[in-house]
Design a protein around this ligand. Structure first.
Ligand SMILES: Nc1nc2c(c(=O)[nH]1)N[C@H]1C(S)=C(S)[C@@H](COP(=O)(O)O)O[C@H]1N2
Ligand SMILES: [Mo]
Length: 200
């Protein structure tokens, strides 16, 4: 797979002198965390739906989604349970590529990201379209495993990792905010690790 200009987007938090936010500790391994069982996602039946406040709703097949331009992002992971994993290299589809497809209407202020089985997480439009946010397909050069969200997971490096929805099947642009799964179960609505926005 050719690299886009060899360029790698560096998440700004990786440029900090101290990269471990308050109350976190850096670990080497990459734990698996989610609610419920790991879904088996069949790529033949998989699609990515762009709905809500867009000029035209779209449903991309797996092939269409995979054909979108790729980016690489170097970023740190911060889980609200206390572990951080520095130096992750993600490869996938930038949210900027999605914006080009979607024609988001001016009234849209939030994005609700949908995962298999009804999981959701909510982001402001500005957090969603940050330059280091992507739909991840690979991690450290290898395809993302089923446990970590295959075939497609969101990666939002500047917020706690619960915002990084696994097994993504679509996004919905809305005018009003709608707290997602973890946000409705006690986690903070925003989740900035540097401000320790852990619990709502
Ligand atoms: N679909 C889905 N995505 C999810 C979750 C979940 O329960 N369901 N949990 C979130 C939480 S709380 C964390 S910490 C990360 C963990 O990702 P990992 O298992 O790849 O480390 O996934 C996030 N994405
Ligand atoms: Mo989490």
């Amino acid at each position: 797979m050719p690299t886009m200009n060899g360029g790698i987007v560096k998440s700004p938090d990786t440029q900090r002198e101290n990269r471990v936010p308050p109350g976190q500790r850096a670990i080497e391994r990459w734990p698996v965390l989610h609610y419920g069982a790991v879904p088996r996602v069949d790529t033949a039946g998989w699609s990515f739906t762009i709905s809500g406040l867009v000029a035209k709703e779209r449903k991309l097949s797996y092939q269409e989604f995979m054909a979108l331009p790729r980016v690489k992002v170097f970023a740190d992971i911060h889980c609200v349970t206390g572990w951080s994993r520095l130096n992750n290299l993600w490869e996938g589809i930038s949210t900027a590529a999605i914006r080009e497809l979607a024609s988001v209407l001016p009234g849209a202020k939030y994005v609700i990201v949908h995962g298999v089985g009804g999981f959701t997480t909510n982001l402001s439009l500005s957090d969603f379209f940050e330059s280091d946010v992507l739909f991840g397909l690979k991690h450290d050069g290898e395809s993302i495993s089923p446990e970590h969200g295959a075939p497609v997971r969101l990666v939002v490096p500047r917020l706690y990792f619960w915002k990084s929805a696994k097994w993504v099947v679509g996004i919905e642009f809305t005018e009003k905010d709608k707290p997602g799964f973890w946000e409705s179960h006690g986690y903070h609505n925003h989740g900035d690790p540097w401000l320790e926005e852990r619990y709502g």
